[in-house]
Design a protein around this ligand. Structure first.
Ligand code: ADP
Ligand code: ASP
Ligand code: MG
Length: 412
């Protein structure tokens, strides 16, 4: 029997009534002749609440205990979903990550799936079970402890199951009816895309579009999983939603596919750093060791052997970064004047595979921001994206201006 993976995000399982609605969608697929693997998130808001409890209890918490706490939300919804399906007389059983098991590495709070054991679930399907409900976002480490996959990780659980079981498709049910040209919460002009290329989705996700976790797109691309994003509350016919697929399968091609943004960024500048070989390693090595995810980096030209070094990072890592930079100064490894921090910045990016062959995207982007008098602090580019760092207060305006400038509202 063909296997289908259906993943329901937080808002789709936010109440018992919504779980019943989601179970109804599952039952339709069972009636269509599928065996279904359902991946569930925690009820919306639950994971945030659990994270909050951990942070309130322990400032520098032990990540193993963080995982023990924050993985619990998915266990609740998995059990409730299985019970709901059973009430509808559909043979269903739930699994926590460790029961499958979903083997991960030991990187607590950001673990990667290494292997999914398919034997247990396959045996149950053979016995007549129709739906396996699996708690998303969690696995088990080689040490036998519960791990979690990073925020938004249930998307990755879903794609990994689709790959492991050779599923016909992986449907990600969420609170929007597909992938849009930008977050529809920022502009009502955002347009739903029928298809988007893996590479573009990967960039959008890693640049802040949280509709899919980056790692889930990576896995779908690697294992060629048919990945679809659609709404739990709208139509779910075969053409609904957005299909994430290979570039060759897309007819409609814009130079820019979408605009992504990341709101909670910070910028740090080391003023008057001695410019000598090894200086970048001396700064960014200790930052990496401290677990700081440095993103954009700019080094100014030097004068009299000294330069300024600017980098961006997530705003919640500023304290750690500052500590690391004060330590390298105190130890004499890096000699700099002052450390200046701006915690009120955001990153806006335009993404599109068309940029490979079209010049002028950067200048169009900069002109659009200039027309709104938005100052650009840092720029970074890759083959298919351009990102800028700006003051956070201009974020919405910048996204809207870029959406307009690249004519994303108008169907191609
Ligand atoms: P779930 O709980 O179902 O996993 P998420 O909140 O993680 O849902 O992801 C869905 C949200 O992603 C949407 O409500 C939307 O605000 C946001 N989003 C950001 N960028 C985009 C985009 N380009 N297209 C669609 N949604 C987006
Ligand atoms: N519940 C987890 C989170 O909020 C995982 C997920 O929903 O994808 O991050
Ligand atoms: Mg999500």
């Amino acid at each position: 029997m063909p296997i289908l993976v259906m993943k329901f995000g937080g808002t789709s399982v936010a109440s018992l009534e919504r779980i019943r609605h989601a179970a109804g969608l599952v039952s339709r697929e069972v009636e269509n002749g599928h065996e279904v693997i359902v991946i569930v998130s925690a009820m919306s808001g639950k994971t945030n609440e659990l994270v909050g409890w951990v942070e309130e209890t322990s400032r520098f918490y032990d990540a193993r205990e963080y995982d023990a706490v924050v993985s619990s939300g998915e266990q609740v919804t998995a059990g409730l979903m299985a019970l709901t399906l059973q009430e509808m007389e559909i043979p269903a059983r739930s699994w926590a990550g460790w029961q499958v098991p979903v083997q991960t590495d030991s990187a607590h709070a950001a673990a990667r799936i290494e292997d999914i054991e398919t034997g247990n679930i396959t045996a149950k399907f053979a016995e007549g079970m129709k739906v396996a409900v699996v708690a998303g976002f969690q696995g088990i480490s080689p040490e036998g402890r519960v791990t979690t996959l990073g925020r938004g990780g249930s998307d990755t659980t879903a794609v990994a199951f689709a790959a492991a079981f050779g599923a016909e498709r992986c449907d990600i049910y969420t609170d929007v009816d597909g992938v849009y040209t930008t977050d529809p919460r920022i502009t009502s002009k955002a347009r739903k895309l029928d298809r988007i290329a893996f590479e573009e989705m990967l960039e959008l996700a890693s640049l802040g579009a949280r509709v899919l976790q980056t790692r889930s797109v990576e896995l779908a691309m690697r294992y060629n999983v048919r990945l679809r994003v659609l709404s739990t509350f709208g139509s779910n016919d075969d053409n609904a939603g957005t299909l994430v697929c290979a570039e060759e399968d897309i007819m409609e091609k814009n130079v820019v596919a979408g605009v992504a943004f990341s709101r909670d960024e910070a910028e740090m500048t080391l003023l008057s750093v001695a410019d000598r070989p090894g200086i970048a390693a001396a700064i960014f090595g200790p930052l990496a060791t401290a677990g700081v995810n440095v993103d954009m980096i700019v080094q100014n030209i030097s004068e009299d052997g000294r330069t300024d070094m600017t980098f961006s990072l997530p705003v919640n890592q500023v304290a750690r970064a500052r500590q690391a930079m004060e330590a390298v100064k105190a130890s004499g490894e890096v000699n700099y004047g002052r450390l200046v921090t701006d915690e009120d910045v955001a990153k806006v990016s335009v993404v599109g595979i068309g940029m490979r062959s079209h010049a002028g995207v950067a200048s169009r982007m900069f002109a659009a921001l200039r027309d709104e008098s938005i100052n650009i602090k840092v720029i970074s580019t890759s083959e298919i994206k351009i990102s800028v760092l700006i003051d956070r207060k201009y974020l919405e305006l910048a996204v809207q201006a870029l959406h307009e400038a690249f004519e994303l509202s108008d169907a191609a």
